[in-house]
Design a protein around this ligand. Structure first.
Ligand code: NZQ
Ligand code: ZN
Length: 391
């Protein structure tokens, strides 16, 4: 049965080749002091930084630079960003980059005026934003496709000392006010990052799809989105400047994780929990941490949600079902998925990310166990899945 829910998505999207122009329309809505957040320098090389700065200056803004946001942003960087925001009475945060930059901007937005350690409050204790917390509005100019951070309230922060990588999903008031999606801005992404982002999109959909046995419209939407990712990814991986394929990937990424396809569902998220444990120990690229554990996880979990894996095989991978057992259909679907992942050049073995046998107990220890999927995993099952992911 479809679960009860409420739905709203407050993020306004501007999509297309001329979408950066709309920054001119958005900026007057916010105060003068702008914290310009970006990563390790890709936007300076590809010219996006200059274009954004010109618009900010023309809009009469005072810009406080906050560059150097690393992939998988750390809690130390978060504290630095909060300091910049507070000391300069920042009115607006503009994130220009990928998921790491957007996530970090949202984390700073709620943490700058948080009266206690934001890591403890939002990440260790997973508390909501207190009603009196001052939130600095955020806007995004997206340059890397995958996370969906451009249209959701999530922000993932890594604490290397504690070997924890944790995502907090904040409420609607922390969603970006607007996001600018120009597919050509993603053309300069290295292939490794593009492939990682493509799998991140696909896996976000899987995480929401692989739960429940009911007849939910959200699952039909998910199947369409997955088919679009498979189709466009095969084009984009051969020709990264194919505008239509890159546009579809960008558009699908937003829908894959903007809360829509989770509606009425319990949702799984175990691949992300396993991947985040790998990320906390190795600092590897997010999408690759997911691909490295996925086949081990899905092949294990398939028996507990067989009907859904059969539906996935038939509706997403066009597996013929005549004269086959349910097990055969489901595993053919997973085999086709694995073949597609290999075509994209994804990391398929966690060893390649630095995971070794002796790390597995600790990895299993730092894996958060979610309860919405087909099976609530026990510690020893997680250990077995990690072992299978390094075979
Ligand atoms: O830092 P720069 O120099 O900008 O380089 C980045 C970075 O090295 C580069 N890049 C981005 N756009 C580029 C580009 N290089 C050339 N041309 C461009 N146009 O790509 C590298 C990766 O960027 P990053 O932002 O780290 O990647 P991604 O978008 O995958 O974000 C990963 C982070 O998002 C979190 C992940 O855990 C990870 O911390 N996630 C956030 C989610 C959310 N908010 O809902 C959900 C996801 O499941 C995910 O967990
Ligand atoms: Zn993800």
């Amino acid at each position: 049965m479809l679960g009860n829910f409420s739905y709203a998505n407050p993020t306004k999207l501007y999509f297309g080749e001329d979408s950066l122009n709309y920054l001119n329309d958005e900026l007057p809505k916010y105060g003068k002091n702008v914290q310009l957040v970006y990563g390790g320098g890709s936007i300076k090389k590809n010219g996006i930084y200059d274009k954004v700065l010109e618009i900010l200056k023309a809009g009469g803004k005072t810009v406080f630079e906050d560059g150097g946001v690393m992939p998988n942003p750390t809690v130390q960087k978060l504290y630095e960003g909060c300091k910049i925001a507070k000391e300069n009475a920042v009115d607006f945060i503009l994130a220009v980059g990928g998921g790491s930059v957007c996530d970090y901007a949202k984390a700073v937005s709620v943490s700058a005026y948080c009266e206690e350690d934001p890591w403890e409050r939002y990440y260790l204790r997973m508390e909501d934003v207190a009603p009196n917390t001052q939130i600095i509005p955020v806007g995004c100019v997206l340059t890397m496709v995958g996370t969906g951070s451009e249209m959701n309230g999530g922000a993932v922060i890594t604490n290397h000392e504690q070997k924890l990588k944790i995502g907090h999903v904040f409420g609607e008031n922390v969603f970006p006010k607007f996001s600018i999606l120009n597919p050509t801005f993603t053309f300069t992404l290295p292939k490794y990052q593009m492939a990682a982002g493509i799998y991140d999109i696909f896996n976000h959909i899987c995480e929401q799809y692989f739960s429940g046995e009911d007849d939910n419209t959200s699952d039909y939407i998910s199947e369409g989105l997955m088919r679009s990712v498979i189709h466009s990814s095969r084009i984009a991986i051969k020709n990264p400047t194919d505008y239509e394929a890159r546009s579809n990937l960008m558009w699908t990424a937003a829908w894959a994780l903007n809360t829509l396809v989770a509606k009425g569902k319990t949702t799984d998220w175990m691949v992300h929990m396993l991947g985040q444990a790998v990320g906390a120990y190795t600092d590897a690229t997010h999408g690759m941490t997911l691909s490295a554990v996925s086949m081990a996880y899905y092949r294990y979990i398939c028996r507990f949600g067989l009907a859904k894996f059969v539906r996935f095989a038939v509706n997403v991978w066009d597996v013929e079902s005549a004269n086959k057992t349910l097990d055969q259909i489901a595993s053919e679907g997973l085999n086709r998925m694995e073949q597609w992942m290999n075509e994209l050049g994804l990391v398929m073995n966690a060893k390649d990310l630095g995971v070794t046998e002796d790390m597995i107990d600790s990895l299993a220890e730092s894996t958060l166990i979610m309860e919405g999927g087909f099976k609530v995993l026990a510690h020893d099952e997680i250990v077995e899945i990690f072992k299978a992911s390094i075979k």
